[in-house]
Design a protein around this ligand. Structure first.
Ligand code: FAD
Length: 412
């Protein structure tokens, strides 16, 4: 039986571990926190996942929370004017629903399932020196430890990493009590763009205390939203979040007027990181090779909500590659080919996400504006979150964008 070590118990590490385990591999997961510590800890993400990524979980039968999690059937975009009025507002319907399951719930549950099914779990914060030793006793070592210090083993790929510094300051609050959305009777993720300032995302989710909403500010560094780093008190974090909503997105604040409260003591998160693509193969001091997974190798800003989707894609691609490889050695060629297959998808996410971080060019402003009058444009933009490769055909290039708009504009 082939022995595989996975470092990290997040979306990618655990999806891959459960998939390999159900195919008869001898899998060990090393992680720095127990399931209870994860469940009782701080929120880590907003983790909205779209249909294709959710399907990878369904394929493995690990979609344990699907029935109780709110179904996100649309994706809306609003743009604030200089006077904080809502100058653009539309919603595109998703062909397949999206869902967000609090990673504290999902990762704790998956880790326990993996152990109950006979998987080995070692709770230990892994250092490079540990890997040097461990790599000799496994057929394959996968590093799925997110954006932590183990990324130092994987060199930055400057040709694929246009930004050297964080492009947004992130501030998340999970709340109960947000009023229903007045515009439509289905649930939607709302992207509220405040030009020159940042974005507010409102995301229906399932947390440890049931359904909730997530308020997620992405602030341009140094701007008026970049005020959360020093805030240690969760209630002050929520107060600031609401105050900024009142100032910049009053239509979203209206939903909070009847009083919202944090879902629990760990319901807030603030931070920032630079988007980066890394070389996928890490070389250990004694010559062993390890393969980077998901955020370790491709970490995008969450402005497009793609990291967990990418993690699910990466786990699915690596699982298929490992199964197809049979008993052959996991050599450098295998590791590189597995990553290349993943990058074939992930490159589209990186291109789109990095584009959304910059000021939008005129043709993108036209597209976002036109989506209010042209439902096919709203539909296509919304469903691009599930398939970012589609943006290649109509979004980046002014000519392609113009031709597309002309093709969906009714002739008078
Ligand atoms: C504020 C915010 C909002 C986001 N919103 C979305 C969204 O809406 N949709 C979306 O798709 N993505 C979103 N993301 C991104 C998404 O959360 C990540 O991309 C995704 O969780 C990456 O999965 P992963 O498995 O690669 O890593 P992680 O989820 O980071 O898991 C890494 C695991 O490794 C463990 N670990 C770390 N270091 C060590 C070590 N040295 N030894 C042992 N274990 C270790 C950690 O404890 C953890 O279990 C968001 C991210 C942030 C920060």
């Amino acid at each position: 039986m082939r022995r595989i070590l996975i470092v990290g118990a997040g979306q990618a590490g655990l999806q891959l571990a459960l998939g390999l385990q159900s195919n008869g591999y001898d899998v060990t997961v090393m992680t720095n926190r127990t399931a209870d510590e994860v469940r009782d800890g701080r929120v880590m993400s907003t983790q909205c996942m779209f249909d294709t990524a959710l399907q990878h979980e369904r394929d493995l039968g690990i979609n344990f929370w699907e029935d109780e999690t709110p179904r996100v059937e649309g994706l809306g975009v609003s743009v604030a004017g200089p006077d904080s009025s809502r100058v653009i507002d539309w919603v595109g319907v998703l062909d397949g629903y999206a869902q967000s399951v609090d990673q504290r719930l999902k990762m704790a549950g998956w880790l326990e399932t993996f152990a109950q099914r006979g998987g080995q779990v070692v709770v230990h914060g892994v250092a490079v020196s540990d890997l040097d030793y461990l790599a000799r006793t496994y057929d394959l070592v996968l590093v799925a430890a997110g954006k932590g210090e183990l990324v130092s083993m994987f060199g930055r790929d400057a040709s694929r990493s246009p930004y050297e510094a964080p492009q947004r300051a992130l501030a998340v609050s999970y709340v109960h009590g947000l009023g229903p959305r007045p515009e439509h009777d289905f649930k939607a993720v709302r992207c509220n763009l405040v030009p020159g300032v940042g974005e507010l995302f409102v995301i229906p989710s399932l947390t440890t205390s049931g359904p909730c909403d997530i308020l997620f500010w992405e602030g341009i560094p140094g701007g008026p939203l970049d005020v959360f780093d020093q805030v240690k008190d969760p209630s002050e974090h929520l107060r600031l979040t609401l105050e900024l909503m009142k100032t910049f997105t009053p239509w979203e604040y209206d939903r909070a007027r009847n009083g919202v409260e944090l879902t629990d003591a760990g319901a807030t998160l603030a931070g920032r990181y630079a988007p980066v693509v890394r070389n996928p193969i890490g070389e250990l001091p004694s010559g062993g090779l390890v393969l980077g997974v998901a955020d370790v190798v491709v970490a995008n800003d969450p402005i497009t909500g793609q990291g967990s989707n990418n993690a699910a894609r990466c786990a699915a691609v690596y699982l298929a590659a490992i199964l197809a490889h049979g008993d052959k050695p996991f050599d450098r060629d295998f590791l590189q080919a597995a990553f290349d297959r993943y990058w074939a998808d992930a490159q589209h996410v990186t291109k789109w996400t990095n584009a959304m971080l910059g000021p939008p060019p005129e043709h993108v402003l036209n597209l976002i504006g036109a989506a209010g009058q042209l439902p096919p444009v709203a539909h296509r933009f919304a469903n691009g979150f599930n398939n970012p490769a589609d943006f290649e055909h109509w979004f980046y290039d002014p000519e392609l964008a113009g031709a597309y708009l002309a093709s969906v504009t009714p002739q008078s």
